[in-house]
Each structure stands twice: as structure tokens, then as C-alpha cells.
Design a protein around this ligand. Structure first.
Ligand code: ADP
Ligand code: MG
Length: 327
């Protein structure tokens, strides 16, 4: 006999609340913030065929659904508290639910982010998570997109481009050896949200964003909100050994316009360089300076990013970033 809605919730998602005042089981969950903190909240939906392929292992899907939400908290410098899960499932398939919930809750436990409620319905597989975190209301508070200043250095965490390389391999536009394929596939399916880094960058970074749609597009959001332009030195972009083995055009496409990286892009004054290094050590994540922020070029409304190579020559790059209604 198949599992009913409430049995399913009880078996796979309901665990005793640790941090929340009230967890799953009532009409609302209750969550207390620490004194002086404000709520940071964000919501991300994952749709099959759009955000993930049917071939993904359920554990990884559970991980990624929460990881992309935690990445938004990280970009704001918020400390994760809790999340809700709205789930549409074609059927109550226990083999799937067991693996999906295991991957989801493993990341939740690792990040101290508690599942406090949700909604469950039958329908095409669709996962929508809302995440709740806290940031100080005053002082070194939330990291925003709007604080970049001309003269700031531009940094990114980790490496970029592997998730797009994996997508191209799935699409069949290029071929990768078995080990290389598994490694970039893991980058695509199991992104690591940079929560500790976001916390360490409070009071250090002047602006931040997480890389979900591709570096150039996400950078343009920061530039637009901050009223500035940028110069990116494309040869400095941190890339995995697997990506570096690809032709230069593929490397640049994946690193600049790839999407699904879930690294942090942030700006900081050159005066803060040693604090940026300290944040890297504290969070255990490599940081690379990839360029700088410059004043908005005279009279232009829209932001501009100049791409240069190691010799300072302009690099032509036409691909923009991912857009759900254009791609
Ligand atoms: P209501 O009808 O009052 O909206 P539901 O009957 O949908 O509540 O859900 C019962 C309880 O189970 C609620 O506390 C809800 O937050 C929780 N819940 C439902 N689906 C999920 C899920 N997928 N994950 C976690 N909690 C869930
Ligand atoms: Mg109700």
C-alpha cells in the first residue's frame, strides 16, 4: 500500500525541533531570532528538466535543493536557522523519498539549518525551499549587492565553470573521460554553499552576490545596484584542472557565463586585503582576486564589464549568462 501524505511527512521529514520554538505539525512553525538580529529569507524552486536532470541521484537532488538556498543566505552574510520545503511529487515512491530526504537532511544538519514545515502535493516533481537566517540589524550587518565602490578589488571563492562543463558533457557538445566527468558532475550536482565565508566577510566585503546564473550576469547585478563598472582579468579566473584541459574558448564560456557555480563573488577595499585573507583561512575556502571596480563610464545607464587578458588586451566574449526565458 502506498504511503499517505501525512505518513510520508512523518516518516521522512518530521524530526524533533532543535532550534525552532515549534517545528513541523502545527499550522505555523515558530522561530525566535537572537536579540539585535533581523530575519534574512530567500526562496528557490527547482524544476525537473530546468534545474536538474532526471538522471540526478535523489540524495544529490535533496542536497542541491537546500544548497542553492543556503547559498543565498551566504551571499548576504546570514547565519542559517531553518527552512520550509514545498514538494510536488508524481507519486509517494519510498525509494526516492528515503534518498532525497537523506541528502537534504545531511546538509541541513551540517549547516545547523532545521526543517520546520512545508507542503506536500501530487504533481510533476518540483521542489521549492524557503530558507530563514539571521544577520545583525546594525553594524557589520547583511552583505548587499549595492555597496561596491570604485577602487575596490573583485574576488571570487573556489573555482568556476565546472557545472557548465558538466552540462555540456550531458548535452553531448563535448566529451570528458570518466574521472573528469564524475568530478565536474559532482560540482554541478553537489554545490557547497559558502555559508562560513559569508559570515567571515561581514564587515569586510563591500558587496556580495552568489554565482547562480553565470559570473558576468551576476556581476552585472552588483554593478547595476552599485552604480559602477568593472574590469575582469579573464586569465586569473580560478578553474579546475579538468576545465583547464579544455580549449580556451570553452574555458572562458564556462567560467564567465557558466551558471550553477554557487561560489561567492564579492568586492572589498584594497585596505581590507589582509581581512579577506583571514576570511579565506577561517572559512577554509580559496579566494582569488579577479579584477577591480571602476567608476561608471561617463553618462551610461547600464553597467559595463571590460574583459582583459594577462597582457591587458581586450578579450571579446559574446555569451551572456543564463536567462530562463531566453535560453
Ligand atoms: P496545512 O494544511 O495547515 O497547511 P499541512 O496539512 O499541509 O498543513 O501540513 C501539516 C504539517 O506538516 C505542517 O506543519 C506543515 O508545515 C508540515 N509539512 C507538510 N509538508 C511538509 C514537507 N514536505 N516537509 C516538511 N514539513 C511539511
Ligand atoms: Mg493549516
Amino acid at each position: 500500500m502506498s504511503l499517505g501524505e501525512f505518513d510520508l511527512i512523518a516518516k521522512y521529514f518530521d524530526r524533533p525541533a532543535q532550534r525552532a520554538a515549534l517545528g513541523i505539525g502545527d499550522d505555523c512553525a515558530l522561530l525566535a531570532l537572537s536579540p539585535g538580529m533581523q530575519l534574512a529569507t530567500s526562496c528557490d524552486m527547482l524544476v525537473e528538466g530546468r534545474h536538474f536532470l532526471s538522471t540526478v541521484a535523489p540524495e544529490r537532488l535533496g542536497h542541491k535543493a537546500l544548497a542553492v538556498n543556503l547559498s543565498d543566505l551566504a551571499a548576504c552574510g546570514a547565519e542559517p536557522l531553518a527552512f520550509t520545503l514545498a514538494l510536488a511529487l508524481p507519486s509517494a515512491e519510498e525509494a526516492f523519498l528515503e534518498r532525497f530526504s537523506r541528502g537534504l537532511l545531511a546538509l541541513a544538519d551540517a549547516q545547523g539549518c532545521e526543517l520546520i514545515g512545508g507542503d506536500t502535493t501530487r504533481g510533476p516533481l518540483n521542489i521549492c525551499i524557503s530558507v530563514f537566517g539571521q544577520v545583525p540589524a546594525a553594524g557589520a550587518g547583511a552583505l548587499l549587492r549595492s555597496g561596491a565602490q570604485a577602487g575596490d578589488d573583485l574576488y571570487i571563492s573556489g573555482t568556476v565553470g565546472d557545472a557548465r562543463l558538466a552540462l555540456e558533457a550531458f548535452r553531448g557538445t563535448l566529451r570528458l573521460g570518466g574521472g573528469d566527468f564524475e568530478s565536474v558532475r559532482a560540482a554541478m550536482e553537489m554545490p557547497q554553499p559558502r555559508v562560513a565565508l559569508g559570515l567571515a566577510l561581514r564587515g569586510v566585503a563591500s558587496s556580495a552576490i552568489d554565482l547562480s546564473d553565470g559570473l558576468l550576469g551576476d556581476l552585472s547585478h552588483v554593478l547595476r545596484r552599485s552604480g559602477v563598472d568593472a574590469v575582469v582579468e579573464v586569465d586569473t579566473l580560478p578553474r579546475s584542472a579538468v576545465l583547464q584541459a579544455q580549449p580556451l574558448a570553452v574555458q572562458r564560456l564556462c567560467a564567465l557565463s557558466g551558471g550553477d557555480d554557487y561560489e561567492l563573488l564579492f568586492t572589498a577595499s584594497p585596505d581590507c586585503a589582509s581581512q579577506v585573507s583571514a576570511a579565506s583561512r577561517i572559512a577554509g575556502v580559496a579566494l582569488t582576486r579577479i579584477g577591480r571596480i571602476v567608476p561608471r563610464a561617463g553618462g551610461r545607464q547600464s553597467p559595463h564589464t571590460a574583459l582583459i587578458d594577462a597582457d591587458g588586451h581586450a578579450v571579446i566574449h559574446v555569451a551572456a549568462s543564463f536567462d530562463h526565458f531566453r535560453t
